[in-house]
Design a protein around this ligand. Structure first.
Ligand code: NAD
Length: 419
């Protein structure tokens, strides 16, 4: 194939993954190069009035990777490290994530290079609104539907919805997902990524013959995703023996109560100072004796250095990219079952899809309806990935990519190349 386009490590890794699977599935050589490049990328420079009277220009991007299966879907990230190449890689990842759970969206991503923790509420609002107005040629409920990502939340989604609506002259809820519920957000959206991780753990445990009411679980990260995973796994009878956040972790072989830990965290701003257990570092936490490990914090925490000391039989990737390719190979050799991120945490995009459907129909579902439909989608996707893995004698990550890339390629083939 042609040399890697761009120079970010993340983009190179994503292209290598695509090339590897393309070879396995004998991907049509006319379609492969299309999937290696992004359909379009918009770079904008948004001037923002700062509180001190100065004007600062922020660089931002919106990238559409592939729209063969439907409108573009993907988050907007506010972080100092945002680069165009990273946004391209993340847009590609969204194409595969939507395809593996079979929802009718293509992949997109956006980002603004900024440090939201150093911006006032007013500056954040003006930045979000100006960036949104720069994106108006691309976004819209039939074209491209952004969502929150690192550094962005419900507040910004409400400002995006309002800015878009003001520009077109009427309220358009379906232009963005992850909104507050009383602005057309979906019930269950906030818990959805953690909930899909738990559905995958249940399915995988059944395949491995692990009884959840006897299973010992370790979870790294107690944020929006990790805390939901802890609460839901505790509710189905798992023993949560280890938990952590940025400041460190806590270990108790008798089991920890995530409800109490939530209260403790509210008070101390960390779980690591909880009295009913022993302090462990984040490195030690990953190597604790357990049946199920859920990395739910940041990327690249299981590497070739520690992979051989990880004891879990089952790892569900709640975080994006927590296992490096080298560590992945070591764990596969040891027979560890890994449920890959593009399947495990896809609940977020699935319920974003439900939010968009509800906004378009102006007909809103109960939380139970959202959760039941999410379960159906994730269970079906898990079953399909599992079947491909069995058929081809491969791991679940490769199987998920085979399924996703195959679906996108098939959509391109059926639509044909215009004109
Ligand atoms: P969050 O910021 O709410 O929580 C992150 C947690 O990880 C916090 O408890 C934090 O203290 C801890 N943490 C941060 N750095 C750490 C480190 N170096 N070592 C150990 N712990 C650390 O974030 P989140 O939304 O829960 O996201 C967690 C992961 O899940 C990310 O990889 C994210 O991309 C992925 N994800 C999130 C969503 C979503 O909708 N929130 C959806 C899909 C995937």
């Amino acid at each position: 194939m042609a040399p890697v386009e761009g120079n970010s490590e993340l983009l190179e890794m994503s292209l290598r993954q695509l090339d590897r699977v393309a070879e396995l599935i004998h991907l049509d050589p006319r379609i492969h190069p299309l999937l290696r490049t992004c359909k379009r990328a918009l770079e904008v420079n948004a001037p923002v009035k700062m509180d001190d009277g100065s004007v600062r220009t922020f660089r931002g991007y919106r990238v559409h990777h592939n729209l063969a299966r439907g409108p573009a879907k993907g988050g907007i990230r506010f972080a100092p490290t945002v680069t165009l190449d990273d946004v391209k890689a993340l847009a590609m990842l969204m194409t595969w994530k939507c395809a593996v759970v079979d929802i009718p969206f293509g992949g997109a991503k956006g980002g603004v290079a900024c440090d939201p923790s150093r911006l006032s509420e007013g500056e954040l609002e003006r930045l979000t609104r100006r960036f949104t107005s720069e994106l108006i040629p691309l976004i819209g409920p039939e074209k491209d539907i952004p969502a929150p990502d690192i550094g962005t939340d419900e507040r910004m989604m409400a400002w995006i919805m309002d800015t878009y609506s003001m520009n077109v002259g009427y309220s358009v809820q379906g232009v963005v997902t992850g909104k507050p519920v009383n602005l057309g957000g979906s019930r269950g959206r906030r818990e959805a990524p953690g909930r899909s991780v738990v559905i995958c753990v249940e399915e995988a445990a059944r395949k491995l013959g692990i009884r959840l009411d006897e299973a010992r679980v370790v979870i790294q990260g107690f944020g929006k995703v990790g805390s939901v995973v802890a609460l839901l796994l505790h509710a189905v009878g798992c023993r949560i023996v280890g938990l952590s956040d940025l400041k460190g972790g806590i270990y108790n072989p008798q089991g920890l109560d995530p409800i109490r830990l939530t209260a403790h965290k509210r008070q101390d701003n960390t779980v690591s100072t909880y009295r009913d257990g022993d302090f462990v570092t984040n490195e030690e936490l990953l190597e604790l004796g357990c049946d199920i490990l859920v990395p739910a914090a940041v990327e690249r925490v299981i590497t070739e250095k520690n992979a051989s000391r990880v004891k879990a039989r089952l790892i569900a990737e709640a975080a994006n990219g927590p296992i490096t390719p080298e560590a992945d190979a070591i764990l596969q050799d040891r027979g560890t079952l890994i449920v890959p991120d593009i399947l495990a945490n896809a609940g977020g995009v699935v319920v974003s899809y439900f939010e968009w459907v509800q906004d378009i129909q102006q007909f809103f579902w109960t939380e139970q309806e959202v959760n039941d439909r999410l379960r159906q989608v994730i269970r079906r996707a898990f079953g399909e990935v599992w079947a491909v893995a069995q058929e081809r004698g491969t791991d679940m990550r490769t199987a998920a990519y085979i399924l996703a890339i195959g679906r996108v390629a098939e959509a391109i083939r059926m639509r044909g190349i215009y004109p």
